[in-house]
Design a protein around this ligand. Structure first.
Ligand SMILES: O=P(O)(O)OC[C@H]1O[C@H](O)[C@H](O)[C@@H](O)[C@@H]1O
Length: 545
């Protein structure tokens, strides 16, 4: 039987349902008895075990950001006023994962334009750099300062500004950690640098300079965002079963330990439709490791397949004011309706994810498997001759697959059918990885819906290489239950990365091939369909719908 725990506190309303009240109550009671609410608030790094302690000790400042980040507000407002006075109203953000997902949601919710460039696709980069540069300001964000996509995007913009007779130091603003290689180089080169709080991990950095600088420069009301987040702090500090962070995190952790490990996220009337993409990175990278974790499945609306109908291994979560749970019953019994303003959602989800990490028994602050795909991409760049030959060519499609695909298969349609047939009925999922142009090819994303209906299993859709900095960690570190459809393409036209020995297409291609190799080496079925030209995406879409 499904039980309900409904609670409205200052700043957030949280309705939860679960199949077994005593298991849920015991989980939250343990969290309360262990004083997890007050200890996270006090930034206690011992909560995730001795192995996680060193990392946690330098990752917990997000807890107090709604107060500590306020010192940035005046500086950002002054810079925005200066930019607007100079007619610089087109704001572009270059950055991957935690350095771009939050500003994208914040600005979309505020209805202010922010162009996010989080790709290595030459066509996408060319589009961004060939916009109207006379009114463009570019924020380049990288916590580590070592992310190749971001460095390449910065180089492309520097060259474009110079070609247009514009001094890049007048137009590029850098956000990074103090002392990163990026900080040193950008400072020497004369760029304006915002240094973020280094004791916050990338995916928890929404309320640091990473989230606030681009959002504030684009015109979002970032002070209101901080107010919304701050309003929730007293409730999150409570050692009581009214603490929304303990309740939501306890539910997520409990479900994951019972192998209800897909987290289906749907917008339910919120202004911030894109919040699911931000939660996706937070939850996938924080929990998906050592064979454990929750797979976020972002579905858009509550009537989308995987939410309605759902599978017995899925937690259903809606964000926004219109709770769907009067009409929808999660097949697993696990559901959550989270209604809060955006700033409170951010603070609540960070807290709940850290709590879920403790319940699952993993370190929510590292991402041990992200590096493996980067390493494989580097090896591909060093030896492009290592690109494997296709199994067969079917019209515009070159089809690449491992031994799981029988040699009798000779068409892309049959290969897709065979891949879908390898999904394990009770626990498996399909991940579609589209290394395309997420603006030009946006329509393809709706194949998620068709494939979810066709397979009756959870289906995720991610744009490469963006997802590598999000769900990529889960694919390699989480439970080995996924099968993968990779879509890659020749570009309209390649583009050099200024000052580098590789082009954007060489890098973009090495990222997809490298990731496929890492997944295949883990024994997972990977089907790669390479398009001879971008226009072939229409025909592929027909095969998938
Ligand atoms: O901000 P950066 O250092 O450039 O990192 C961007 C992204 O890189 C990696 O993929 C990490 O796993 C992500 O957590 C991070 O958000």
């Amino acid at each position: 039987m499904t039980e309900w725990d409904d609670n409205s506190g200052p700043g957030a309303h949280l309705g939860l349902c679960f199949p077994d009240e005593s298991a849920y109550a015991a989980t939250v009671e343990t969290l309360v008895a262990d004083e997890v609410g007050s200890r996270i608030t006090a930034e206690d790094p011992t909560l995730w075990g001795p192995e996680a302690e060193e990392e946690a000790a330098k990752r917990l400042d997000w807890v107090s950001l709604p107060r500590s980040s306020r010192s940035l507000l005046t500086e950002i407002a002054d810079l925005r006023a200066d930019l607007v006075a100079r007619g610089l109203t087109r704001v572009v953000l270059c950055g991957m994962g935690g350095s771009s997902l939050a500003p994208e949601v914040i600005c979309a919710a505020a209805g202010v334009p922010l162009e996010v460039l989080d790709s290595s696709n030459p066509d996408t980069v060319r589009d961004a750099t060939s916009g109207d540069l006379t009114c463009t300001v570019v924020v380049v964000s990288s916590k580590s300062g070592g992310t190749v996509e971001t460095d390449s995007q910065k180089r492309a913009f520097e060259a474009a500004f110079k070609d247009a007779g514009i001094d890049p130091t007048e137009r590029i603003i850098v956000v990074t950690d103090p002392g990163s290689p990026f900080d040193k180089g950008a400072t020497v080169d004369g760029y304006r640098v915002f240094r973020a709080d280094p004791d916050v991990g990338g995916r928890y950095s929404a309320l640091t300079a990473f989230g606030l600088v681009p959002s504030g420069l684009a015109g979002a009301d970032i002070e209101a965002l901080m107010d919304q987040a701050e309003a929730l702090l007293p409730a999150l500090a409570l050692d009581s079963n009214d603490n929304p962070g303990l309740r939501l995190g306890g539910l997520l952790g409990l479900a994951a330990t019972q192998r209800v490990d897909k987290l289906v996220l749907a917008n339910a009337g919120a202004e911030f439709a894109g919040l699911g993409d931000w939660i996706e990175q937070l939850v996938a990278e924080s929990t998906g490791k050592h064979g454990h974790g929750l797979l976020p499945v972002v579905v858009g609306s509550v009537d989308a397949p995987n939410f309605t109908p759902s599978t017995a291994d899925s937690i259903l979560v809606s964000y926004g004011p219109d709770s769907p749970f009067d009409d929808v019953r999660p097949a697993s019994g696990f559901g959550a309706a989270v209604d809060a303003p955006l700033g409170a959602q951010i603070q609540l989800w960070e807290f709940a994810t850290a709590v879920a990490g403790r319940v699952i028994g993993i370190n929510p602050f590292d991402q041990p498997d992200v590096e493996s795909a980067k390493q494989a991409a580097r090896e591909m760049l060093d030896g492009p001759d290592k690109v494997p030959a296709p199994r067969f060519v079917d019209g515009s499609f070159s089809v690449h697959a491992g031994d799981w695909l029988p040699s009798t298969v000779t068409t892309a349609r049959e290969a897709i059918e065979t891949l879908l047939g390898t999904i394990v009925p009770a626990s498996g999922y399909l991940a579609v990885h589209a290394y395309l142009d997420r603006h030009r090819d946006a329509d393809l994303a709706d194949v998620r819906r068709s494939l979810a209906t066709r397979t009756t299993r959870p289906v995720t859709f991610g744009w490469g290489p963006r997802f590598l900095h999000s769900t990529g960690q889960y694919h390699k570190g989480g439970p080995a239950t996924g099968v993968y459809l990779q879509i890659t393409t020749e570009p309209v036209e390649d583009l050099e990365v200024p000052g580098r020995e590789f082009t954007f297409q060489e890098f973009f291609g090495s990222q997809s091939v490298g990731d496929a190799q890492v997944l295949a080496a883990k024994g997972r079925p990977v089907l790669r369909i390479h398009l001879a030209e971008p226009a072939a995406v229409t025909e592929l879409g027909r095969l998938l719908r």
